[in-house]
Design a protein. Structure first.
Length: 209
């Protein structure tokens, strides 16, 4: 049985259409402004690969493992990330439209300024991810695991966070009147933050003034 042939990097502004990169090792790729259409990246790995200003349309990232990779200012349309894993990856400025994320696992990395408006993240696990000023408006995060994430400046308007585990996240920019928080799991410090955002005057019991 022979190994799959290596993936040769396409030139900038090239198009890759209908190719089967299932299980391929994309380590070392450094691509700029390449368009991918209907490419199967199932179980592909990409340690340290760099994709800049690339477009992925109707591509499948299912069960792939991407470590220390960068997808900077990339556009994802109609892509599937079922059971995909991103470890310490950089996705700053990337946007996701009509994508599916069931069982997506993200640990560490920088996802600041990503556009995930309306995304269905209900079965996702995001741990220790920097998501400053991310657009999560209307996102469905109910029952998701979102631990120790930096959400400062994130747009959470009309997001559904009910039942989500939000412990350790920065909720300082949260508008509690614009999100669903029923049964969300938070820690004590976050409870104080949310109470103050609701206009409550939080004082210790010893302060009887």
């Amino acid at each position: 049985m022979t190994d799959d042939p290596p993936v040769y990097p396409p030139a900038p502004h090239a198009s890759v259409t209908g190719q089967d990169w299932d299980g391929r090792d994309l380590t070392g790729l450094d691509l700029t402004a390449v368009s991918f259409l209907d490419v199967d990246l199932t179980e592909a790995t990409s340690a340290g690969a760099v994709f800049t200003d690339c477009t992925f349309r109707d591509c499948r990232f299912n069960a792939g493992v991407h470590t220390d990779a960068a997808f900077v200012n990339c556009t994802f349309v109609g892509c599937s990330f079922f059971d995909a894993t991103f470890l310490r990856c950089k996705l700053v400025g990337s946007s996701f439209t009509r994508c599916s994320f069931a069982l997506l696992k993200v640990t560490g990395g920088d996802w600041s300024f990503v556009a995930l408006a309306g995304a269905d993240l209900r079965q996702c696990a995001l741990v220790g991810v920097r998501m400053r000023e991310a657009d999560l408006s209307g996102a469905r995060c109910n029952d998701a695991t979102v631990l120790d994430c930096d959400l400062s400046g994130a747009d959470l308007q009309k997001a559904d966070l009910s039942g989500a585990d939000l412990r350790g996240c920065d909720l300082s920019g949260l508008d509690p009147w614009q999100v669903s928080l029923s049964a969300a799991i938070i820690d004590v410090d976050q409870a104080v933050t949310v109470a103050r955002l609701m206009g409550l005057d939080v004082r210790p019991v010893s302060d009887q003034r």
